[in-house]
Every structure is written in structure tokens, then in C-alpha cells.
Design a binder for this molecule. Structure first.
Ligand SMILES: [Fe+2]
Length: 296
């Protein structure tokens, strides 16, 4: 999620795709070429091999259950045939990042916007904007998990109801540190964690870094702490927040967000790399390679 990237949207509009008022399009399957399918195949093979033993069991169960094709870009209809009966979620094709309010409206109605286009072969390792591989492979396997599916829905409803501009950064941080870059406790794994966030599972570099590097902080998840913590969009994270299990996210869905957002909007934010006295520290980072500015 993010603000609209007008350049990318314009490029897609110019390409003649019919875009509806809610920014959805029909997945233009005829536009995928051999290169797109090859990039999907390469990324899918690389990440599924790398994630074994590193990603949480719920994610792998989701991959199995949805059954994405390993050798071509999936058709969104075939994904929905598995996803919608399971948790009521569906994916909808979009030209790229959509405005926050549109994004929240989709989530509040159990629709997850998925960018239709694939990155180029020279962008396998890093891409600033989400593409089809990030959105589909990264996000959709957990949408078939009932607890996570309800968390995403609750998030969308809370975000849609929050019409105070001061709430937006708080909501963005919660999404960032859970849905995109969340870790989950696993005592038997390196640094006591496995991966579940989509920004990590769709990235070779951050899969390795988030679990194995000594540089970042890994702190126990705390809702207010997370919503007050700034983050990085240009480097690996300085801090990862670690949930004990998915029932902890169920707890978040029981939150009355309106008074909490109003309270936190008046409080200062913490830097991305801060460790506070009250934090539950799983690992304290060595800070190696950290840049001194640039927190969002
Ligand atoms: Fe994402």
C-alpha cells in the first residue's frame, strides 16, 4: 500500500487498459509474454526453495492450498476459485499502487488489489514498487488462513473508518511491520524467528537478512509501539516486530481503533532503530550498515 504512483498509473492508462472507478481492471492475460512467465518461474522456484525452513508453516500451507502454477503467471480467476470459498477474500487486478482510501475500501470488502504486471528480468532482486510476484506470491498465501484473513479485513475496516489524516501514518506503520515485514516466533529457528511478511517472503535478500543478520533489532510485537515506529522504504528494516503466533493478530482485530488512533496521533514517533526500556528484546541489532537518516 502507499500513495498513488501517478507515473506508473499514467503509463498503464496510456497503455489503453480500461480502469474502473475503484482502480480495478480485468487482468489483461493476453499481455503476458514469454519473458513475464519466465520471470515468474524463476522467482517462484527461487523463493519456494529459499523459504523452506525460514517461512512460517501457515504460509507454506497457503501456497499448497492455493496451488499457484510454478511456471507461468497465474490467472487471477483460478486463484479466486480456491481463495474465495476458503475465507471470502478475492484478488482484483490493478495497474499498480492505488490511493490509500481506495486500498482501504478494497480491504474492508475482502478484496486484495494485485498489480497485474511482472517486473523485468533485471529486477529480480529489487523493485521499488510492488509487482504481480510481490502482491500475489507474497500476500495471497496468508489470505487463505482464516486468522490472518480476518486481521486484514479488520485492518481495512479500521483504516476506512479513520478519516483523520493524523491516523494514516499510524495505520501505515501497522501494515508495514506486520503484513509487509512481520516475523513470527519459532524457537528452533535462527534468532528465534520465522518469516511471514510479504515484503520479506518475496525478497531473496530480506528473507536471509531478516532472519539471520545480526544487524537489525527483533522486538516483541506491541500494537502501540508498532504504530509509533517509523520505518525504512529504501533499505532492509532496522527493526522487525515479532508476533508470538497468529492469535496475537486476532487480539489486534478486537481493538477499538478510533480512540487508540486519536490518542497516538498526538504522541511523538520513535526512530526506526530505537530500542526502548520497555521493549521485549529478542535480538538487539549490531546496527551494522545502518544509514543515519531516511526513516519514513
Ligand atoms: Fe505488499
Amino acid at each position: 500500500m502507499s500513495t498513488a504512483n501517478t507515473a506508473k498509473l499514467k503509463e498503464q492508462f496510456d497503455a489503453g487498459l480500461e480502469t474502473r472507478a475503484d482502480f480495478t481492471i480485468d487482468q489483461p492475460t493476453e499481455r503476458y509474454g514469454a519473458v513475464d512467465h519466465a520471470v515468474w518461474q524463476q522467482l517462484y522456484a527461487r523463493q519456494t526453495a529459499l523459504l523452506k525452513g525460514r517461512v512460517c508453516d501457515e504460509f507454506l500451507a497457503g501456497v499448497d492450498c492455493i496451488g499457484m502454477p510454478p511456471d507461468r503467471v497465474p490467472f487471477f480467476d483460478e486463484i479466486n476459485a480456491k481463495l474465495t470459498p476458503a475465507t471470502g477474500w478475492q484478488i482484483v487486478a490493478v495497474p499498480g499502487l492505488v490511493p490509500d482510501q481506495v486500498f482501504f475500501e478494497h480491504l474492508a470488502n475482502r478484496r486484495f488489489p494485485v498489480t497485474w504486471w511482472m517486473r523485468r528480468p533485471d529486477q529480480l532482486d529489487y523493485l521499488q514498487e510492488p509487482d504481480c510476484f510481490h502482491d500475489l506470491f507474497g500476500h495471497v498465501p496468508l489470505l487463505i488462513n482464516p486468522v490472518f484473513a480476518n486481521y486484514m479485513h479488520a485492518y481495512g475496516r479500521a483504516a476506512l473508518a479513520a478519516n483523520d489524516a493524523g491516523a494514516l501514518p499510524l495505520l501505515a506503520r501497522l501494515y508495514w511491520y506486520t503484513v509487509e515485514f512481520g516475523l513470527i516466533r519459532d524457537a528452533a529457528s535462527p534468532n528465534g524467528v520465522k518469516i511471514y511478511g510479504a515484503g520479506i517472503v518475496s525478497s531473496k535478500g530480506e528473507t536471509l537478512y531478516s532472519q539471520q543478520s545480526a544487524a537489525p533489532n527483533r522486538l516483541g510485537f506491541d500494537l502501540e509501539r508498532v504504530m509509533r515506529t517509523r520505518y525504512r522504504i529504501d533499505t532492509f528494516q532496522k527493526t522487525y516486530f515479532v508476533i508470538d503466533d497468529f492469535t496475537q493478530l486476532f487480539g489486534v482485530t478486537q481493538t477499538d481503533f478510533a480512540p487508540l488512533l486519536a490518542k497516538l496521533a498526538a504522541e511523538p514517533a520513535f526512530a526506526a532503530g530505537d530500542v526502548l526500556k520497555r521493549d521485549r528484546v529478542i535480538t538487539r541489532g549490531t546496527q551494522e550498515g545502518w544509514q543515519t537518516d531516511g526513516d519514513i
